[in-house]
Each structure stands twice: as structure tokens, then as C-alpha cells.
Design a protein around this ligand. Structure first.
Ligand code: FAD
Length: 499
């Protein structure tokens, strides 16, 4: 006969009993208790949970069927339905809530290393082989990004090198600094021995290098005033130097919504789908959220101690609420950015096969603003191309067009960078986020003053209300910002309920 510990006792051995005793003491759970301690109650309920007992009677019958085992399970008190009911009724529930929190904390650490189940791949955005295009510059022909960057670098380096030969920089630089900077500029701009920019192979080739005697012929540099006449330097050239857009970036394989899908896999059973929140109310110290079932139209109210509100501010501002005046003002002081995207299906990856472009962005002064090439599936049969991705006023106007008009314009614009757009792209799909009823904008923007004065209000609790979302972060327009803000609010709430 097996004489070791019974399985239930082995399981319970894993629990931090000192923490349990702290929780009991915190709320005086065993005060004047002699017969049926909090530990007895906990063990009975844990047994019930693990063995799928359905009622107090069921628990009682089961546990009393083998009374000799109770001692080995750690239960010292007398198990009776009335005693259990009494304990469940009278004992402070926070003993078990606190202990559950401690257990969740332990379990979370155990699962910390477990993959979220989202595979990642490189997200290509910077690509010197991609293009810049302006209908009215460079004869309307696209130029390679490498030409724009390296010709600019060459000219700027040459001009600064010339300034080094004058006294203009004498106050700012020591003679030693000037010498070092001169050497740096030669490398930076690929200048010749006289510190003059005469073009560079970095900017690309008129005839590419190859095998045998084909040394390649670098293209002639574009004139500086021609470069300055094009407006790319105002922001498009520098956009991807922004900290949160610098290479190397990663994206989920299959699209950004794989992250939402991974959350759904873990907590989907707790989500109520199709529930449109119509009112956010206070109910004493608690919250009362009224929502409408989008299918049946039925309204329901849910009460809870706390609410973490993740509704985008552009939507939230129009929802009836009992937020404080400070919170309502903060919500109204945020600004919104419009953005549209349009995607094409291509039956041939012509940008790879014909132009040697593998991922990254081509920029144009036309209202599509960007063509973004896929970051994966290179040399596959087909591909999805982003044929427009614009912001703000341009997006507002683009979004006001019908989907058909957007596609016509996007096809014509794409054609100016890649003639293949004429016949080789199809099935356009476009989204104007400002027109989406549950978003009403692409993302939030805080002016300098609003960030300082109003934004902090949303980072704190307003009674039972907490806020989370990309708008409560400094990583605007990223899922990372939304997730970090959720962590921030949950940590604050956790601290509050822990006392
Ligand atoms: C065009 C575009 C491209 C982007 N690209 C990237 C990218 O490549 N990588 C990246 O990390 N981020 C990207 N983002 C940003 C990212 O999508 C957002 O930052 C992130 O989704 C914000 O999360 P959130 O929880 O704050 O808001 P959301 O994801 O908008 O979630 C808010 C939720 O509230 C729901 N809701 C709204 N109103 C109600 C209501 N009345 N009742 C109930 N529910 C409601 C909405 O349906 C939605 O599910 C992009 C955004 C856009 C617009």
C-alpha cells in the first residue's frame, strides 16, 4: 500500500503557506475560531474546485466519505455543510482574494518565459533601393533613395569642409577638432582629396558593376539646387530616423492583429464581443457600465469596483460619463491624427523582379504619400503592397473620397513610380481610420501644452476609473504604447487594492 503523501497534500505543499497566514492575520480571519480555521475552509474549497464539486452538500458528502484521509489532506476541523456555509458567509473574502493575487503573481513568473505564440519577422522600412518621387521634380521620374541621401551628404560635407578653411568655425572648434572634422567629412560625404564632392558609388550606378571587365559606372550626382528644390528634406527623408522607426524593427508574421489574436487565445473567454459601451457611470464608489449588444440592440449594465477604460479618446469624448471635470477636460484637449491606408494585391512581385526593391518605403509627393513593399515572402508568386499611407490633412482629403476614387487615384499615383501598377495590381482595399466608428482617428496627438497640463490627468485614477491605450503613453501610435499603458494602470490599481 502506498504510504507517502496523498496527491492533494503534495499539491498543497506548493502553496506559500506563510503568505496564507499573513492574509488570514491581515483580516483577523481566525479570531475566536476554534473548530474550523481559515485553512480548513481554504482546503475544502480548493478540494471542491479541483474535483469539480457542485454544491456544499456535494463537498460534504465527498470529504466525509473517507474521514481518515482528511487529516492527511491537512484538514483539522469538522467538515459540515453548515460550518462551510457559515465560514463562506462570514469570513472576509479579501483573505482569499489577496492569497489568489499572491498565487497569480507566482504563476505569472512561471509562465513568463513561455512564448506568447506570435512569431516575429523583420519589418523593413528603411531601404536605400526604394524611391522618391515628385511629379514636378527630376522630370517626374522617381529617383533612388540612395541617390538622394548620398548626394545630399556629399554636398553638405563639402560645404562644411569649405567652412573649415575659413575662420567661421574658429569659436566653435579647436584646431585639433577642425582637423578631425575635416577627416570625418571626407568619409561622411565620400569627398575627394580636395574635399570636393564629385559623386559617389554609394548613390548608385548608371551601369551596375558585374563580372569580368564590367566595373560599373557610378551615376552622375544630382545638382544640389535640384535636390533643394524638391521638398523631401522637409520630413520624408528623415521620417525613418525617428527613434521608433529606426531599423531593425520586427513585426508579427501574418500581421499586427496576430498580437490581438494571441491575447484572445489567452483571455478570450473573458471578453464580451459586440458590446458597445454607451454610458460610463459611477455607482457609489464603484462603476456602472452600460453597453448595447450590437446584434440585438439590448442594453445591459455591468457593475464593478473599477474600470480600466481603453476606448480611444476620439470616441470616448462623446460617450456619456461621470468622469470628473478634470478628466473630461483632458479627454477633450487631445488631438487626433487622420490616416488612410490602401492595399493592393499584385499577381507578380514586379518591384522585386523589375526594380530590385525588397521591402521598405518609396515616398512620393502625391497624396498616396507612400508605397510600402512587403517585408517577407520575397520572390514568391504574389504579394500585398501598401499603395497609399498618408496622414493628417492629406489623409482627411483622401479619406473623403469613395473607395473607388481612392483606388483610381492610387493606381495612377503608383504608376508614376512603377508602370506595372497599370495592369498588375488588383483588389484594392482602403481604410480611413478617422471614418471608423469605433476609432474616429488613427491615433492621438498631444500638443506640447496639452501633454504637460492635461495628459498627466489620464495617467492617474479618476475615482474608480483608470485609462489605458496608446493615448496614455509616449509611444503614440504603437501597440507597445497601448500595452505599456495597460501595465501602468494595472500596476497602479494593484497597488491600490493591496493597500
Ligand atoms: C494605419 C495604422 C497603422 C499602424 N501600424 C502599427 C504598426 O505597424 N505597429 C504597431 O505596433 N502599431 C501600429 N499602429 C498603432 C496601433 O494600431 C495602435 O497604437 C493600437 O492599436 C492602440 O491600441 P489601443 O488599445 O489604444 O486602441 P485600439 O486598438 O483602437 O482599441 C480600442 C478598442 O476599443 C473599442 N471601442 C471603441 N469604442 C467602443 C465603445 N463605445 N464600446 C466598446 N468598445 C469600443 C474598439 O473597437 C477597439 O477594439 C497603427 C495604427 C494605424 C491607424
Amino acid at each position: 500500500m502506498y504510504s507517502g503523501k496523498i496527491v492533494f497534500a503534495q499539491l498543497i505543499d506548493h502553496l506559500p503557506m506563510h503568505t496564507f497566514r499573513h492574509c488570514v492575520a491581515r483580516y483577523g480571519g481566525d479570531y475566536r475560531t476554534r473548530k474550523f480555521s481559515c485553512l480548513d475552509q481554504f482546503l475544502c474549497m480548493a478540494f471542491a474546485q479541483l474535483t469539480y464539486r457542485e454544491s456544499l452538500r456535494d463537498i460534504e458528502i465527498c470529504l466525509r466519505a473517507q474521514p481518515s484521509k482528511l487529516y492527511h489532506m491537512g484538514i483539522r476541523g469538522y467538515v459540515a455543510r453548515a460550518t462551510l456555509a457559515d465560514a463562506n458567509e462570514r469570513r472576509d473574502w479579501r483573505i482569499y482574494a489577496d492569497f489568489a493575487q499572491a498565487l497569480i503573481g507566482i504563476a505569472r513568473r512561471l509562465y513568463a518565459g513561455e512564448a506568447f505564440g506570435v512569431d516575429l519577422e523583420v519589418f523593413v522600412n528603411t531601404n536605400r533601393g526604394a524611391l522618391f518621387h515628385d511629379d514636378y521634380r527630376f522630370d517626374g521620374k522617381p529617383i533612388e533613395s540612395r541617390a538622394l541621401y548620398h548626394d545630399f551628404r556629399g554636398y553638405v560635407a563639402e560645404l562644411l569642409a569649405k567652412a573649415l578653411d575659413t575662420t567661421a568655425l574658429d569659436d566653435a572648434l579647436t584646431p585639433g577638432d577642425k582637423q578631425s572634422l575635416g577627416v570625418f567629412l571626407r568619409g561622411f560625404g565620400d569627398l575627394d582629396k580636395d574635399a570636393i564632392y564629385r559623386g559617389t558609388s554609394r548613390a548608385g550606378y548608371a551601369t551596375p558593376p558585374g563580372a569580368g571587365l564590367q566595373a560599373g559606372e557610378p551615376r552622375a550626382p544630382i545638382d544640389l539646387s535640384v535636390l533643394l528644390n524638391a521638398n523631401f528634406w522637409s520630413w520624408k527623408m528623415h521620417k525613418l530616423d525617428q527613434f521608433d522607426l529606426q531599423a531593425t524593427m520586427l513585426q508579427p508574421v501574418g500581421g499586427m492583429d496576430r498580437i490581438a489574436a494571441a491575447f484572445e487565445r489567452r483571455v478570450g473567454d473573458r471578453i464580451t464581443y459586440g458590446a458597445e459601451v454607451t454610458q460610463i457611470r459611477r455607482a457609489g464608489d464603484r462603476t456602472r457600465i452600460v453597453y448595447r449588444d450590437r446584434t440585438s440592440g439590448a442594453e445591459t449594465a455591468a457593475e464593478a469596483d473599477y474600470c480600466i477604460c481603453t476606448i480611444p479618446l476620439a470616441v470616448l469624448r462623446d460617450i456619456e460619463s461621470d468622469f470628473s471635470e478634470q478628466t473630461t477636460t483632458a479627454i477633450s484637449r487631445s488631438l487626433y491624427v487622420e490616416s488612410c491606408k490602401l492595399a493592393w494585391q499584385a499577381d507578380r512581385r514586379f518591384w522585386e523582379e523589375d526594380s530590385g526593391i525588397y521591402g521598405g518605403i518609396s515616398w512620393t509627393e502625391r497624396d498616396i504619400t507612400q508605397i510600402w513593399y512587403p517585408s517577407s515572402g520575397f520572390h514568391g508568386d504574389k504579394g500585398i503592397l501598401i499603395g497609399a499611407y498618408n496622414y493628417s490633412l492629406v489623409a482627411q482629403q483622401f479619406g473623403n473620397r469613395s473607395p473607388t476614387e481612392r483606388a483610381e487615384y492610387a493606381r495612377e499615383s503608383g504608376r508614376r513610380l512603377h508602370p506595372e501598377f497599370e495592369n498588375e495590381v488588383s483588389r484594392p482595399i482602403s481604410v480611413a481610420w478617422q471614418n471608423m466608428p469605433y476609432a474616429r482617428s488613427a491615433w492621438t496627438k498631444w500638443s506640447g501644452i496639452a501633454r504637460e497640463k492635461y495628459y498627466p490627468v489620464l495617467t492617474r485614477a479618476d475615482g474608480p476609473f483608470y485609462f489605458a491605450g496608446e493615448h496614455v503613453s509616449y509611444l503614440r501610435a504603437w501597440q507597445e504604447g497601448a500595452i505599456l499603458s495597460a501595465h501602468h494602470s494595472i500596476a497602479a490599481l494593484h497597488e491600490r487594492v493591496q493597500g
